[in-house]
Design a protein around this ligand. Structure first.
Ligand code: ADP
Ligand code: MG
Length: 397
C-alpha cells in the first residue's frame, strides 16, 4: 500500500505504530504477504492451473482484544481515513466504510461459517505492497484479518478455510468475481516455493523456485487498476458464456478441461469473435502453465521465458486486459539482453508486470525500462526484486 517506492516495515515498527496510535502495546503481531504469479493468469476462475508464490512485500498487523464489542481499525497506509469503528454485532457491508469493508467482510464470512464474536479488537495495519497494483494487497489484508481472528477468538479453522473465506469476501461482500489464486497463494505460501495449483481439483504441490542465475523483477506501472473490477467481472461472464456454448456440444465442466485441439474444434459452437478470444486465452494459458512447469522440470529456462512472454501476448490481444503502460514495461524489458520473458501479472488494466531477468542485468533493465517509461508517460515506474515468502502467520516482535 504505497505509491512510488518502498519503505522498510517489520514487526518492531508495527508494534511501535500500534502503541503510538492506541497508547498500549499490542497483544500480537502478524504478517501477511502479497503474491506474484509466474504464469497462469485469469485461469483460476476458468478451472485451470496457476503458479503463484507469496512475496516478502505484504501487510503487517498488530492487534489486541477488547472487552466491549467494538472493533477499531487504523491503517498506517491510509492515515486520512483515521480510526474506523464497527460493532461485531453488525457486520453488514457499507460502501462508505472504504477499506474497513475488507476486515469487516472477513468477520462476516467467518461468522457465516459459525464463528462467534463476543468481543471486539483493536487492529493497526501497515503494509508495503503498492496499492491496487496486482500484487493483491486486498487478499493480503483479508488473510491477515482471518489469521488474527483465528488467534483472538480461538477459532477452529484451517488455513484453507481462511483462504475460502477471503475469496467469499471479494466475491460476495465486495463484489469482485475473482478466483481462488490470490488468497491461496497468500494463505498457503512457503518461503522459496512456488505453488502449482490445479483449480479444478484444488490439488497442489510446492515447487522450489530455481531460476538459476535469474530473478523475478516486479515492474510497477504506478497506474492504478481502479476501473478493473467491472472489466474483470465482464471477462468472467464472457468466459462463462463461451463455456455454456461449448457445453452444447462437448461434455466439459470448465474451460480448463479442454486441450487446445478440443477447443479449436469447438470454436464453431461459440461462434462469436470476442467470446472465442476470451475462452482461447483461458484454454491456452492453462496449457502454457502446465508446459511452463514442465520447462522448469527440464531446466529449460529459455522455454519457460517464452511461455511467460506468450502469456502476455495472449493477455494483450485475446483477453484484452493490458494497457499501453504495461505493454511498454513488457516490450522494453523483452528488448534487453538477459531478459528471458515478461508479462502482466494480476487482473490487468494497470498495476504490475514481471520480468525474468539475469541477476547481473537487473540494474541495466531497471534503468532502460525506467527511462523509457518516464519519457513516454511522464511519471516513474518502480522496480523490486521479488523474494519468495511464507504465507500469513503470527510473528514475534
Ligand atoms: P490489489 O489487491 O491488487 O492490491 P485491490 O483494489 O483489490 O488491489 O485492493 C486494494 C484495496 O485493498 C485498497 O484500496 C484498500 O481498500 C484495501 N487495502 C489493502 N491493503 C491495505 C492496507 N494496508 N490498509 C488499508 N487498506 C488496504
Ligand atoms: Mg485485490
Amino acid at each position: 500500500m504505497l505509491k512510488g517506492g518502498l519503505y522498510i516495515m517489520d514487526a518492531a515498527s508495527i508494534k511501535q505504530e500500534y502503541q503510538d496510535a492506541f497508547d498500549v502495546a499490542p497483544q500480537s503481531v502478524f504478517f501477511s504477504p502479497g503474491r506474484i504469479n509466474l504464469i497462469g493468469e485469469h485461469t483460476d476462475y476458468n478451472g485451470g492451473h496457476v503458479f503463484p508464490c507469496a512475496i516478502t512485500l505484504g501487510t503487517y498487523g498488530a492487534a489486541s482484544p477488547r472487552t466491549d464489542t467494538t472493533v477499531r481499525l487504523y491503517s498506517g497506509n491510509l492515515p486520512k481515513d483515521g480510526v474506523l469503528t464497527f460493532d461485531v454485532n453488525d457486520l453488514s457491508f457499507n460502501k462508505g466504510f472504504g477499506w474497513g469493508n475488507y476486515p469487516k467482510g472477513m468477520l462476516y464470512e467467518l461468522a457465516k461459517k459459525g464463528a462467534k464474536f463476543d468481543h471486539g479488537f483493536d487492529l493497526y495495519v501497515h503494509g508495503n505492497l503498492p496499492d491496487g497494483s496486482g500484487l493483491s494487497s486486498s487478499a493480503s489484508l483479508e488473510l491477515l484479518v482471518g489469521v488474527i481472528a483465528k488467534k483472538l477468538y480461538n477459532l477452529e479453522v484451517e488455513q484453507m478455510d481462511l483462504v475460502y473465506a477471503g475469496q467469499q469476501v471479494e466475491n460476495d461482500y465486495i463484489g469482485l468475481n475473482s478466483g481462488i489464486m490470490d488468497q491461496f497463494a497468500i494463505g498457503m505460501g512457503k518461503k522459496d516455493q512456488a505453488m502449482f495449483l490445479d483449480v479444478n481439483t484444488m490439488k497442489y504441490e510446492y515447487y522450489p523456485v530455481d531460476l538459476g542465475d535469474n530473478v523475478v523483477l516486479i515492474m510497477n506501472s504506478n497506474k492504478s487498476h481502479d476501473l478493473a473490477s467491472s472489466k474483470y467481472n465482464e471477462r468472467r461472464s464472457q468466459c462463462e458464456e463461451a463455456l455454456r456454448r461449448i457445453q452444447q456440444g462437448v461434455n466439459v465442466k470448465t474451460l480448463g478441461d479442454l486441450t487446445k485441439e478440443q477447443f479449436d474444434q469447438a470454436t464453431y459452437l461459440i461462434n462469436d469473435a470476442t467470446l472465442i478470444r476470451r475462452a482461447r486465452h483461458a484454454v491456452f494459458e492453462n496449457q502454457r502453465t502446465i508446459d511452463a512447469k514442465q520447462a522448469l522440470d527440464d531446466h529449460d529456462l529459455k522455454t519457460f521465458g517464452h511461455l511467460v512472454s506468450a502469456s502476455h501476448i495472449s493477455l494483450q490481444y485475446d483477453y484484452e486486459v493490458s494497457v499501453p503502460e504495461l505493454d511498454t514495461l513488457v516490450d522494453t524489458a523483452w528488448a534487453q539482453d538477459g531478459v528471458l520473458g515478461a508479462r502482466i501479472i494480476g487482473g490487468g488494466f494497470g498495476g504490475c508486470a514481471i520480468a525474468i531477468v539475469s541477476r547481473d542485468q537487473v540494474d541495466h533493465v531497471k534503468e532502460v525500462v525506467g527511462d523509457t517509461y518516464l519519457k513516454r508517460f511522464g511519471y516513474a515506474a518502480d522496480f523490486y526484486v521479488a523474494e519468495i515468502a511464507d504465507g500469513t502467520h503470527e510473528v514475534t516482535a
